[in-house]
Ligand binder design. Structure first.
Ligand code: ADP
Ligand code: MG
Length: 498
């Protein structure tokens, strides 16, 4: 038997995402939604479930739910119902959570993700295809509070409770079991997060706990059409943990199946340090939440008209932007997928492309070099000192052959960190590439003299050794010759028409 379980088994994955809604106040109380406040400062008697209080729906969430529904090609249900999900936990003072159950506000949609073409691997720039992932439903619910077990944080032994989060509005978005690998799962999360941010429904900041995920995983023999028994890994709070947990769970389940065992339906936790999943509770002891419609709340009724008003107000979505970028600028899918990850990056690209009038070059610079600089510093594009106009002038210098790509790349980190004018930087540092044909001809002549075999091949019509010869000339020029000019002179002088 091969060592790789993925040769035998196909993973089947469905995700449940909890995302905090961008509201000033809570779902059913006037308490503010804030991050980083001192514990228990953002609470109202309604969040505490005091006797006699009544929940009042925050109307802001209706528009947000509609936006999500439309952006995920879902049905926005004109009637949905709030139910009580009953369970006991110290961070849930009411003893129940208000959630939607049988009648959610949003159902039956899909979003698109980009997945690497089979065999092209995980590496950056690999070819991708678009895949549609079903969105089963999205329902409104309130978040619970937080238990703090950390001794350092709570300043004394024991568990402390912070109820600032209790009652924060969220949407739980449930996917169909359409995902087939950890890579697809994280692509789905990224696509969903990007949509949520575009439509300003959620900041979806994982570090603030605004975007959390439960992953359902099962395996089936390749070729089989039935699903296996699933487990659910709870509360994954980073992309790395989602991928790590799914991969660990695939290994765990495959070992059981290889031994002839059966998967037990269970709720799992992910141990980050050991990169292993472990069973928290089995399905036989499943939670029975005794759902029933909340008698304090009337059904949520949404007008068709309101849905149309919200539709008219939706911004261009990532997938629409991609299509437009591909058509308008002739860019490949791999590049547009990166450019549209955030609205800010997409805007930066369009401003830069306009300013340098070289959209393809701008796209490549942003999707490759700039993105790397941003990732290394964990910054969004508008958190740097680099302006679209400055990148545009850098690109123009390269396009005009005045700056080599290599020199331009060397200037980029400084532009990101400190800003500046690329042309002035180039001049101050003497980086301008030599375009003087006399000097270029001298270098070219020397290189032609010293590389007879390569020259012979080029003369015979083979273009491949040209790059090598270019490299030699650039070396002779100390890296500072206009590459377009060098190439032109090489060809002319070797093939004898110059
Ligand atoms: P529960 O309340 O038990 O968590 P939900 O309906 O809320 O159930 O969520 C079920 C999740 O599990 C969905 O994301 C769905 O796609 C996924 N799922 C269902 N069956 C399987 C399966 N066999 N393997 C993997 N995921 C599954
Ligand atoms: Mg669940």
């Amino acid at each position: 038997m091969s060592d790789n379980p993925l040769d035998r088994y196909e993973p089947v994955i469905g995700l449940e995402v909890h995302t905090h809604l961008k509201t000033e106040s809570k779902l059913f109380s006037p308490a503010p939604v804030r991050y980083g406040d001192a514990p228990n400062h953002d609470v109202h008697p309604i969040d505490l479930g005091m006797p006699g209080v009544l929940p009042v729906l925050n109307e802001k969430v209706i528009g947000l739910a509609i936006r999500l529904g439309l952006a995920t090609h879902s049905t926005v249900n004109t009637r949905s119902v709030f139910a009580r999900k009953n369970y006991f936990y110290p961070d849930l003072p009411k003893g129940y959570q208000i959630s939607q159950y049988e009648e959610p506000v949003v159902s039956d949609g899909w979003i698109e993700i980009e997945v690497p073409v089979k065999g092209s691997g995980k590496k950056r720039g690999a070819e991708t295809v678009t895949k549609r992932i079903g969105v089963t439903r999205a329902h409104l619910e309130e978040d619970a509070g937080k238990s703090i077990h950390d001794v350092a944080l709570s300043a004394s032994e024991g568990t402390h409770i912070d109820l600032n989060r209790a009652g924060v509005p969220l949407l739980e978005i449930v996917s169909e079991p359409d995902l087939r690998s950890s890579v697809e799962a994280s692509a789905y999360l990224r696509a969903l997060r990007s949509i949520l941010r575009y439509i300003e429904v959620s900041d979806a900041d994982m570090e603030k706990g605004q975007f959390r995920c439960d992953a359902n995983v099962s395996l089936r023999l390749r070729g089989s059409s039935e699903f296996g028994t699933r487990t659910e890994i709870k509360n994954l709070n980073s992309f790395a943990n989602v991928e790590g947990a799914i991969e660990a769970e695939i290994v765990r389940q495959s070992e059981i199946l290889d031994d002839g065992g059966e998967i037990q339906q269970a709720t799992m936790g992910f141990d980050v340090n050991r990169q292993r999943t472990r069973i928290l509770r089995l399905k036989e002891n499943a939670d029975d939440y005794r759902y029933f419609d909340d008698p304090d709340l009337i059904p949520l009724l949404i007008d068709e008209e309101l849905i149309e008003v919200v539709r008219a107000d939706l911004p261009e979505l990532p997938e629409q932007k991609r299509e437009r970028f591909e058509q308008e600028y002739g860019l490949p899918g791999e590049t547009t997928a990166i450019l549209v990850t955030s609205r800010r990056l997409a805007d930066f690209f369009e401003n830069c492309a306009r300013a340098c009038n070289a959209p393809k070059a701008a796209a490549n610079w942003i999707a490759r070099d700039l993105r790397q600089e941003l990732n290394e510093r964990n910054l969004a594009v508008d958190e740097t000192r680099l302006e679209p106009d400055a990148l545009a002038s850098l690109i123009r210098l390269v396009e005009e052959g005045r700056l080599t790509t290599k020199s331009a790349r060397e200037l980029l980190p400084e532009l990101v960190e400190a800003g500046g004018d690329p042309q002035a930087m180039m001049e101050e540092r003497g980086l301008e590439a030599v375009s003087d044909t006399g000097m270029i001809d001298e270098w070219v002549t020397t290189v032609i003299g010293g590389n007879a075999a390569a020259v012979e091949s080029v003369r015979g019509g083979d273009d491949k050794p040209l790059n090598f010869l270019m490299g030699q000339v650039m070396k002779a020029a100390g890296g500072k010759a206009n590459p377009g000019e060098v190439r032109k002179r090489l060809v002319e002088m070797i093939r004898g028409d110059g």
